[in-house]
Design a protein around this ligand. Sequence first.
Ligand code: SAH
Length: 346
Amino acid sequence: MEIEKKDIRSLTKQQLRDFFVANGDKAFRGNQVYEWLWSKASHSFEDMTNVSKETRTMLENNFVINHIKVDTMQRSEDGTVKNAVRLHDNLIVESVLIPTETRTTACVSSQVGCSLDCNFCATARLKRMRNLEPGEIYDQVVAIDRESRLYYNRPLSNIVFMGMGEPLMNYNNVMKAIDMITSDEGLGMSPKRITVSTSGVSKMIKKMADDEVKFKLAVSLHSAIEETRNHIMPFTKNFQLPELREALEYWYRKTKSKVTYEYVVWKGINDDKASIDALVKFCKYVPCKVNLIEYNPIDDGEFQQASDEAIDNYIKALGKNDIVAKVRRSRGKDIDAACGQLANKS
Ligand code: SAH
């Protein structure tokens, strides 16, 4: 019976060094292989030309590299690129490259499907199949970086964890992936250029603060009125606003890092004065800015983009209270690559 081979990228550098020593080789060989696996992002033992053929065969007999494969790539008329990537078990997740004049941002997934149930989001309808492994998150970034160099002649500059899934419900793997992305042994990117977005898992926000992470935090708020938020994001009944507020205050005390609130304004849901007042009040708890995201319809009627006037009212009220607010236009809508549209349609 063939035993299932272990994913070699689940080993730490030290474990890999130990493996070589246990097999009568030098610990240093572990460093070489580690470099191939991470900084060179190699997906095949055959590539590892500075180790002997016998060693490569030995690795092949003991391990697999569970890497992703870009299955289809679509390009939007606005330059946005969407990758549907196939995982080793044939599941698919999506990631997006968003170019602007000054930067290229990778929007990556953290789960296959999503643990949550936001009524306005297409990913929520997929249900969560499994968490992504650190290597699978890392590979999405590498794939986008290569596309960025190929199509835009520049490396990737920013990463947002705003693809499929709730990153804080796959905390350990997301942290390991970010460690490799920011490490000199991986991609060496600055954590300041990474944003993790959560729909508000308070306990894990506090844990991140305790772990002294150096990346940025975004929270999908959408309403600062409990009843409304519970209605559009039903799971928030277990993650209520007072707890969220407390977690964010804790986060800011520990990290001194501003929070970004993501906020969509919908007709008849949160386009009234009470909603605006509640948001302004919420924004005073910790230093923050607000991204007013354009709604990307995912089908039927319940959710509709609010009027320009309603958005203006938000901007005026926030501005009057010295809260920075920006309107974020959608990118990649024509290829279903915009916020909330990632649903493995193709
Ligand atoms: N689960 C995390 C990461 C996903 S980020 C989180 O919720 O933050 C995806 C962002 O797109 C979230 O801010 C989400 O609220 C927003 N979004 C979801 N569906 C959308 C839609 N149809 N139109 C615009 N934004 C949407």
